[in-house]
Design a protein around this ligand. Sequence first.
Ligand code: NDP
Ligand code: OXD
Length: 309
Amino acid sequence: MAILFRSSPAAAARWRPLLGRLMPEHEIRFWPEIGDKAAIEYALVWQPEPGLLASLPNLKLIVGLGAGVDHVLGDPSLPKRVPIVRLVDPYMTDAMSEYVTLSVLRLHRQDLDYLAQQRAGIWEEREQKNAAERPVGILGFGTLGQDAGRKLKALGFDVAGWSRGKKEIAGFACYSGPAGLHALLARSEILVCLLPLTAETTGILNAAAFARLPRGAGLVNAGRGGHLVEADLIPALDAGQLSGAVLDVVGAEPLPADHPFWHHPRIILTPHIAAETHPPSAAPIIREVIRRCAAGLPLANRVDPARGY
Ligand code: NDP
Ligand code: OXD
């Protein structure tokens, strides 16, 4: 029985010693040296090439090496009989909440304006709201969205969340469905996207959505680049409908050198680092998932391919 590890060479170098130490009982094969495909029962993957998983005849489990699984579900030949589990790691959840609180605070405290003033040598105070006067809306109120929401709430922000199913969570205004989306947008001076990328959520951050936000709202996208209709962002920023955007994810990663997002004064860019997979904390979680699967026990954090996340 063997485990296939398929990610970048840099990730393989970080994971190899950890997996070898934690799971000495398993043979771990690092792509592209995968050997006899019939021996592979478990696959740990990030952006596997389409067809790879279907070519493993005895595969029992696919483990996504990240919280989002769009990189797995995008494979049209994905074997339907094989369960998929995504990575839910409290270390990553904390990292995402750090990123979201940092980004929301930067927008809330008018960082982009003060940076522009500094560059222009202008010493001038701007009117500042209190956190309690700044409604924040979170698209995607799941593992990451709720944790970020709790931490923003602890800072005093007035937080609402939007999910697919209806939720009641003490201390938060919870919205769902298309009408709920409109209501959430209408109240969100800062909008945070922590959705999975699915057929329903692709392009959700678009001109029509921006028009529903209060004028001058800020945007944080740490979900996926495909959530944003990129052509709609700069017009909304230039017209003042949006006052700033923090983007951790973009449609084409790495962002092409000639992309206008690089130099727009009201865009803050980071290279998909909001919550990177952290091998030291993730490896024991994955070992436990494999142990449970081998023992025929129920698996947590199963992906529903029909739902898309
Ligand atoms: P979860 O599955 O725990 O949460 C997803 C949330 O999105 C749920 O609340 C879900 O609703 C909601 N949702 C899904 N589809 C819809 C829809 N059509 N309409 C309304 N709400 C919807 O995922 P996580 O919180 O763990 O992760 C979210 C995403 O964050 C990942 O899929 C990934 O894309 C991104 N991510 C980005 C990282 C980065 O570094 N930039 C790192 C890690 C993740 P419901 O609760 O009803 O199911
Ligand atoms: C993830 C990511 O989905 O890092 O985990 O984007």
